[in-house]
Structures are given as C-alpha cells and as structure tokens.
Write a protein that binds this ligand. Sequence first.
Ligand SMILES: Cc1cc2nc3c(=O)[nH]c(=O)nc-3n(C[C@H](O)[C@H](O)[C@H](O)COP(=O)(O)O)c2cc1C
Ligand SMILES: Nc1ncnc2c1ncn2[C@@H]1O[C@H](COP(=O)(O)OP(=O)(O)O)[C@@H](O)[C@H]1O
Ligand SMILES: O=C(O)C1=C[C@@H](OP(=O)(O)O)[C@@H](O)[C@H](O)C1
Ligand SMILES: [Mg+2]
Length: 536
Amino acid sequence: MKIVVAGAKASGKSTVSKLLAERLGLRCVEADEKISELFREWTGFECSCAEICRKVGEAEFRRLEAEAVEKLGEEDWCVVSLGGGSLMNPKSRRVLRGGALWLYLDGSADVLWGRVMGGGKIPAYLDGCEDPAKCFAERVEKIRDVLLCRADCVVEVDERTPEEVADAAVVEIEAELGSRSGAANTFGEVIKLTTFGESHGPMIGAVLDGVRPGVEISEEDIQKELDRRRPGRTKMATQRKEDDRVQIVSGVFEGRTTGCAIGMLIKNKDQKSGHYDDLKDVFRPGHADFTFWRKYGLRDHRGGGRSSGRETACRVAGGAVAKKLLAERGVTIRTCTLAVGKVKAERFSWEDAEANLLRCPDAKAAEQMEKEILDARSAGDSVGGVVQVQVDGLPAGLGDPVFAKLDARIAQAMFSLGSVKGLEFGSGFGSAAMLGSENNDAMSGMSFESNNAGGIFGGISNGEPVVARMAVKPTPSVSLEQRTCDTAGRDRTIEIKGRHDPCIVPRVLVVMESMMALVLLDAWEIQERIRPGWSE
Ligand SMILES: Cc1cc2nc3c(=O)[nH]c(=O)nc-3n(C[C@H](O)[C@H](O)[C@H](O)COP(=O)(O)O)c2cc1C
Ligand SMILES: Nc1ncnc2c1ncn2[C@@H]1O[C@H](COP(=O)(O)OP(=O)(O)O)[C@@H](O)[C@H]1O
Ligand SMILES: O=C(O)C1=C[C@@H](OP(=O)(O)O)[C@@H](O)[C@H](O)C1
Ligand SMILES: [Mg+2]
C-alpha cells in the first residue's frame, strides 16, 4: 500500500507527505528527487526540477517525470509526494493506481499563489508568461478538474496549517480504508487471502495473492490439510458428506508458484437446501441469520450462506500454502483442545494430542470429551470448548506497531471465525491476578526464563513460542425446540433440521492453524520489506 499525495504547486505535498509519513510510520518518497536522480544518471548534472525544466523544456521534463513515476509505481509501504503535474498524464495515473490510495490536497489558486510568491520561486512553466498569476490559476483549476473526482481522499488546505492538513488526511485515509474493507472478503496486507462462495452454492474457493514465485506446492499439500477439516468423517462432526477436493486453477505451474494469484476451487456436492426451507423467514438463535437480514435486507438462508462454517474450508486451502512456507523457515504451528464443555485436560502432552481426534493433550480427558460431544448430540444439543494454538520456531521481530501488532492481527484472524468468543495470550486473563514481579518474563542469556507474555511484547514476536487460547461457543444450530422470531416480527418456536457439528472444536483446530499461518507469513513478508535478512 502506498499513499500518493497530489495537488497543485505549493498545496503542501512535500511538507504534508513528510508529516503524514511520520504519523503513519511509513517512508516518504519525493518524486522530485527521483526526477533529479534520473537526470543525474542521464547527464551527470545535479539539478533541481525547476532547473531541469528550464534546461530541457517542459515536454522533455514531463517525459522524465513519467519515467520517474514508472519507478515510483514499484514502491510500496510509503507516502509518495508527487509533482503538481504528475497525475495529469493518463499513463502515470494508471501506474500509480495499483495498491495505492490517492490523497488530493485542495487549495485555492489565490492562497497557493501567495505561497509561491512568498517563497520567491516561480514555477519554470510560467517563465515568459505575461500574466503568471492567471496562468497559475488556470493550472490549479486543471489539476483540480482531474483530481477532485479521481482522488480517494480530499483535504482542503487553505485554512489549515501543514500539521492540521496531515491530521485531517489521517482521518480521511482511515475512513477510506475502512470503507474499502466493506466487502471484507479479503484478509492480509501482503499475503492476501480472498474467499468466496456460499454453503449451498455450486462451489466455494480461495484466491491467495502475494506468495513469492518458485515455492513448491501441490494439490496434495493442500488436500492433506483440508482433509483434517472435512465434514462427515466422524460422529463428532456434521454429517454433511463433502469430499472437499481442491483444484488449483491458477498461480502454480509445473509444481511451483508463479508469483501470480493462486486460485483454488472446492465444489459443493452434498447441499440439502430443503432442510433450510423452514428457515427462510425465521432466525436461528445464536446464528448470523437475524444480523445478516437486518444488515442487507435479504440473505441466502440455505446453510447460512456466507456465515456457514463451510467457508472456513477456503481458509484452510490458503493457510496450507502459508503453513508450508513457514515450515520451510523452521516455524511450526500446532493446536490442541484444552476443554470441551465441562471436561478439562488435566495434563499436557503433545504426544497424547497427536494420538486422538480432538488433539487433547490428556489422553484420558480426550475420551471424556468425546463422550461429552456425543451426549450433547444425542440430546439434540451442542457443546463448546477451549483451543490452544502454539507457534514454535518464530524469530523475534514479527509484527508492526501501532495498529498491526502481531497479537492484534492474530486476534482479528481468530475472531473472524464464527463461534470464537474469547481469546487470551500467555497468562492472559490469569495475569490480571498476578503481581508484576510474577508476571514479568525474566531474561538471561538474551532469552526469557518464562513465557507469560505468550511470545509477544509490544506487538512484536520476542522469539518465545506464541501461545494463544480461544473460547469456542457451543454450535448455535441445535435441534431442541427454541424460541425465536420471524421476518414479520412474530414470535415463533423452531426445531432446526439439517446436519450440524455437535461441537465446532474438532473441526476448527486446523482452521485456527491456517489463520495463524496467514497472519505470520504476512507479518514475515512485511518485515522482509522493512529489514531484509533481519532474522539471521
Ligand atoms: C469450522 C466451523 C464449523 C461450524 N459448524 C457449524 C454448524 O454445523 N452449525 C452451526 O449452526 N454453526 C456452525 N458454525 C458456527 C457458525 O458459523 C457461527 O456461529 C455463526 O456464523 C455466527 O457467528 P458467531 O458465532 O461468531 O456470532 C461453525 C463454525 C466453524 C468455524
Ligand atoms: N498548510 C500550509 N499553510 C501554510 N503554508 C504552507 C502550507 N503547506 C505548505 N506551506 C508552505 O508552502 C510552500 C510550499 O510547500 P510544499 O510542501 O513544498 O508544496 P508542494 O510540494 O505541494 O509544492 C512551503 O514554503 C511550505 O512551507
Ligand atoms: O462443510 C462444512 O464445513 C459445513 C457445512 C454446513 O452444512 P450446511 O450449510 O448444509 O448446514 C454445516 O454442517 C456446518 O456449518 C459446516
Ligand atoms: Mg513538492
């Protein structure tokens, strides 16, 4: 993502870009400097843009400027301060469109002319002009015509100090980024996963973008992970029978990623939409039926549409790729079940966890947990539980202050899963009852003697295992009679038909591993851009 700052001369592009870059924690790149650089490479002379324009004429200067823009197009994670005329060129506009947000600083010709005169530097293109103030005003108008309707954010600058302009720009940028996420089907900054498809549509799928070229990946690698989530395998899961075969349709050639978007499709084969006929106008308590209807005014009621747990297959497909890449970098992600309903694991052994379907680290508790799930199922009810995700081998340094803290990103990833209702890192809620001296992780030999923090300080991984625990609520769709309402506002009772997970825990484990992998790979790629080779 780059913020492109545009506007007429003296609107404050250079001044505000610097302030904005500081506020957003990004680099600031000046187009003028790039142009001077190109000119130096070309002629060996060190000149400012105005000098270049005077030396070579405006047409040649614009050619150089377009070449500089071409280079700026390759920049990422920065604020780009443009020259006044840069975006008047359609080709340059195209170059700077991708992955960018445009901020237009809007000033009136009078005020800007005042600033130009105050600085004593009349733009070169006004040389020889009979009425420079008028020519300048025409240029300002032209720029406004082009940018006012094209910019993503507009900030008026006449009656604001540069600091006030930067502050107003931050508000505008945040609002714009917020609205862009309206569709909210894409997750990640560099490693981006988009999922699509409804539970009862013809297929579901994922597009994973941002993965480097040359990574070995096969359908089998992905299938292995998908099979862990597949419905219908045991009595502890929904009886909807899907084979969840993945087909890679793009981005992989001769077994390796090409660097282009990786497209993955999974066909829906066992939809029984008739089960949902009764739910067309009635809301399932605990599910997303009511809120989707209130928000959109309509909904795909079959299987819950987009809000169905089925969508999470797509996350596993994307996560499988991320997981493989991380494994090559020595990072492993494991999950285990700490509780189901009222049954808790009393001991912790990864060996036990590997040996039962629930991945419970206590073999004895695993049996009781399974019984808890089957009992709830027989009673037409459901149970929830607690899942732990542990990441080993993660180097220190991943995660970005302030809004992209690693723990914040992980929390977002986990809470984006239906049924997740709580999350803690390390000593988590328990830390609230500890003394600082107990909770702090003492250091020796440049590492930590304990891990109450759960592997993250200040939003940045500290080299210890990242440990997160999630509370998963009992599945909302239960067949016992429940009180609810319909779309006409009448009170009703329902008995839900259809095939549902009596407990979400066993099937959400691999989904949580996948979401963790996506967050970590994304953070890793961002860190590589900030400080390549940082982990060595
Ligand atoms: C892997 C997975 C499987 C799920 N299976 C079911 C299910 O069979 N029946 C159901 O009603 N909800 C199921 N859910 C939960 C719903 O998707 C979720 O409760 C619903 O979208 C409402 O979101 P909320 O619980 O976060 O408020 C499942 C969720 C996941 C992640
Ligand atoms: N909001 C503002 N209020 C007053 N002066 C400003 C403001 N923004 C910029 N300036 C002044 O105007 C001149 C041009 O600013 P600059 O950032 O170089 O503009 P640009 O890069 O858009 O041509 C500088 O002297 C700067 O200090
Ligand atoms: O494939 C899946 O993971 C699921 C499919 C759903 O079927 P319906 O949408 O037909 O209810 C339901 O069993 C559960 O949400 C999980
Ligand atoms: Mg400037």
